[in-house]
Design a protein around this ligand. Structure first.
Ligand code: AMP
Ligand code: ZN
Length: 139
């Protein structure tokens, strides 16, 4: 199922141009227009869904299999030494396109990209309390 006004659904339908790197029955992958580094790809399920909580696990499997195919190709093509898979959910986490997608970002040692700034817990008790709270919410 695709959504009329969704940017990535439009790309999948070919209504908006993209630099395609891979396509199969379930998945479409293309270059990010504003890459962290050249070769930065977006891997998206053809079926529209909003985020990682929304995606059918079977669809997610197809997307992950595609990531496993594409990432080694990105590394070879760009001369990268590693890659990050980044997946943002909701505006607070940096999601700007609300069609679930996985970024593959090629990386080299010392390339200067920082995905997050490490912080710390005030105490080990606080850390254990946080783990407990999360455990209690898992359904
Ligand atoms: P996110 O911020 O995780 O939702 O990622 C959305 C990504 O889509 C951003 O990194 C954008 O640069 C990228 N993007 C937006 N429009 C296009 C487009 N027309 N073609 C390729 N990538 C795009
Ligand atoms: Zn969509």
């Amino acid at each position: 199922m695709q959504e009329k006004d969704c940017l990535f659904c439009k790309i999948i339908r070919g209504e908006i141009p993209s630099a395609k790197v891979y396509e199969d029955e379930h998945v479409y992958a293309f270059l990010d227009i504003a890459p962290g580094f050249p070769g930065h790809c977006l891997v998206v399920p053809k079926n529209h869904c909003r985020n990682i909580l929304d995606i059918d696990p079977k669809e997610a499997e197809h997307v992950v299999r595609a990531v496993q195919k594409i990432a080694p190709a990105v590394i070879k093509a760009t001369g990268a030494e590693g890659f990050n898979v980044v997946q943002n959910n909701e505006e607070a986490a940096g999601q700007t396109v609300f069609h679930v997608h996985f970024h593959i970002i090629p990386r080299k040692k010392g390339d200067g990209m920082n995905l997050w700034t490490p912080s710390s817990y005030d105490s080990m008790e606080k850390m254990a309390e946080t783990a407990q709270k999360i455990q209690a919410e898992i359904r």
